[in-house]
Write a protein that binds this ligand. Structure first.
Ligand code: ATP
Ligand code: MG
Length: 385
């Protein structure tokens, strides 16, 4: 059963921490698989809709807003509303704040009423002036799959269907941001749930330590203890790699210093980290991109380079941030450098390239005299659209 908070109850403002602007994608949206056995919590629903770069409103049978995502915020602000104020309000009342022609507005209201009362899906165009611009959008309504009494209204800017590809960088950036949010959530879950359960197991196991055991039972006990320890280490490392806490707290310099130390320990490679400029001003998009590039580039050094030594260099110039990862290994094969064999190699290099390109930057991979040099450059003042 789908559990949602009641109309009028406060929702969770922490899910609206980042604003993805008004990037829109003309695709139908299915939030919850239409399986009757599917269960989701309201926090899960909120998280799901907030990771979608389309303006989404979920209403109940009375057309009261029970959930709304961050993509709506720019439009709401333009008419003097805020996400925090509209939860629990009537969808009709909020819509009335936008100066749509009466005929359009009435038609949308009728469709919403039919949707809420009879689950009748619809798609209807709505136009209105907003902050000096003529906005035209398609309102699409349908019952939320799996939920009897909830209805999803998505609002797609009705532009050229090419618009998604016309602005791929911005779209891709919002997808990457959603992916990072998801990693953060999994890291938290591993830390708060899985690690706690393992700690409980360890505690229970310890109570056996002093009991009389046959030699076979003792062997089994020892094997279980060391397996448990290995799992705990893996969970801790995985949770850390998914979302390194110091990246959000202390910034890229501290995160890379910590990561390279841990990587050297785990891999046996000599890894050095150098920050070649003064303190680097916080820039979360650049920080995540550089962190993921360093992770993948060092993983490649470990897997492919047969190197002994790698160095990671971070620097800031007047106009850009640069991250370099250099190793003293066998060098990237020529056929990879000139783009051949793209279909037989992995996704690492192309993923790094896409991440950096989403921030209007560039990734260069080249052979040096001895080894490989990967350079990611991201402009400091950038426009992603
Ligand atoms: N530092 C390096 N030294 C030598 N070869 C490299 C290095 N980095 C990448 N390569 C070569 O480039 C290829 C493509 O790298 P890429 O990261 O895209 O894929 P992968 O590492 O093989 O797979 P995946 O990253 O998907 O796990 C590698 O298979 C390897 O041949
Ligand atoms: Mg790789």
């Amino acid at each position: 059963m789908l559990e949602l908070h009641q109309a009028g109850a406060p929702y969770y403002p922490e899910f609206f921490g980042d604003e993805r602007g008004s990037a829109t994608v003309p695709v139908p949206i299915y939030l919850v698989p239409p399986s009757p056995s599917h269960t989701t919590s309201r926090a899960e629903l909120q998280r799901l809709i907030n990771s979608i770069p389309v303006k989404i409103v979920v209403v109940d049978r009375d057309a009261c807003i029970v959930a709304i995502n961050g993509a709506c915020q720019p439009y709401l602000r333009a008419v003097g509303l805020d996400l925090h104020l509209v939860a629990g309000q009537s969808y009709y009342a909020v819509k009335a704040r936008f100066a749509a022609p009466p005929q359009d507005a009435r038609s949308v209201s009728e469709h919403v009423a039919a949707l809420c009362q009879h689950s009748t899906p619809f798609s209807q165009t709505l136009s209105f002036p907003l902050a000096g611009q003529d906005i035209r959008m398609v309102v699409h309504g349908e019952r939320l799959p799996g939920a009897e009494d909830l209805f999803i209204l998505s609002h797609l800017d009705d532009e050229d269907p090419e618009s998604e590809t016309a602005n791929p960088r911005r779209y891709h950036l919002s997808m990457l941001q959603a992916e990072e949010e998801e990693r953060k959530r999994i890291a938290r879950e591993l830390h708060d749930e899985t690690a706690q359960q393992l700690a409980l197991m360890q505690f229970n196991l310890m109570t056996l330590r002093n009991s009389d055991m046959s030699p076979q039972a003792n062997d089994a006990y020892q094997a279980m203890e060391s397996a448990l320890k290995a799992i705990q280490d893996q969970v801790r490392t995985l949770s850390y790699l998914l979302h390194p806490p110091e990246l959000a707290e202390d910034g890229i310099e501290a995160a890379l210093a910590h990561f390279t130390r841990g990587f050297a320990r785990r891999s046996g490679l000599q890894v050095e980290f150098r920050c070649l400029s003064g303190p680097i001003k916080r820039d979360p998009d650049m920080e995540i991109a550089f962190y993921r590039v360093a992770q993948e580039a060092l993983a490649n050094v470990y897997k492919h380079a047969d190197a002994r030594h790698a160095v990671v260099r971070l620097r800031r110039t007047q106009t850009s941030f640069t991250l370099e990862i250099e190793d003293d290994g066998r060098g990237v094969p020529e056929h990879i450098l000139n783009g051949q064999g793209r279909d037989i190699v992995g996704v690492g290099l192309s993923g790094m390239r896409e991440r950096v390109a989403a921030l209007a930057g560039q990734l260069e991979v080249r052979r040096t005299g001895a080894g490989t040099l990967v350079t990611a450059t991201i402009p400091r003042r950038r426009q992603t659209d």
